[in-house]
Design a protein around this ligand. Sequence first.
Ligand code: AMP
Length: 287
Amino acid sequence: MEIIRSTSEMQSRCLALREAGKRIAFVPTMGWLHEGHLSLLREGRRRGDVLVLSIFVNPTQFGENEDFDSYPRDLDRDAALAESVGVDLIFAPEAADMYPRGYRTFVDVTGPMTEVLCGASRPGHFRGVTTVVTKLFTIVQPHVALFGQKDFQQLAVIRRMTGDLNLPVEVVGMPIVRETDGLAMSSRNVYLTDDQRRQALALSRSLDLARGLVAAGERDSARIITEVRSLIEAEPETRIDYVNICHQDSLQEQPEVDADSVLLLAVFVGQTRLIDNGHLMATGRDS
Ligand code: AMP
């Protein structure tokens, strides 16, 4: 396994691999790897001849008062985990190489898809995500790229962008990996105190509650959302950013639950903003 820092070196290596007929599988991350990332990498290993992992805490997708500075970083730890699942190349660029002085180009998926949910509470976030993913695709030249359904809106936005721009990359969505007690794995879970870690279970329990209501015949989204909000608000350190029931493709709110409905949650537990989501009916596209 090799670690490459330079954008130009990485691009020439990947172009040469493509020339040699290799199929490149790519998993973009911000590092501090956990089982969720490793599940994407294992699937990438299966789908490509060369497995590329990027580790880049992308400044353009963080807001002013967000956790860019405190985001956990440890390249040695990540490299050991990456090697254990068969990564061939780690791309770990410097921000100054990705966004040199005078950088002026951004990729923006416009309209409601990026204005709702996380887009409403994190203005500019998806513009940062789509810009960095476009740059990473151009540098790494992947045939296939794997993303987690944990970031459900991000996956939908990336699919839209890849289609709209005719990017020759197959985008694969992967199920959410959870701790045994249900908490969705996240690099940000490291911020939680023991008590907050317990309170954070309100997110996955919300999914269970909503699915139980739907299984019992409830279809009214407003009533389900009310129940979910009170479950979350019962924990002292939680603050709801949003609880919505949306169509899985358009991300528009749905007053009535059907097979396309996804419950999407963003909740602060203390200072830590956590997200989770899941379909409300069994669909085969479930997480
Ligand atoms: P991040 O490092 O948080 O930017 O995540 C990198 C990739 O890993 C994204 O495609 C995420 O959706 C995915 N990911 C993060 N957490 C999980 C999880 N618990 N299960 C599956 N995929 C995940």
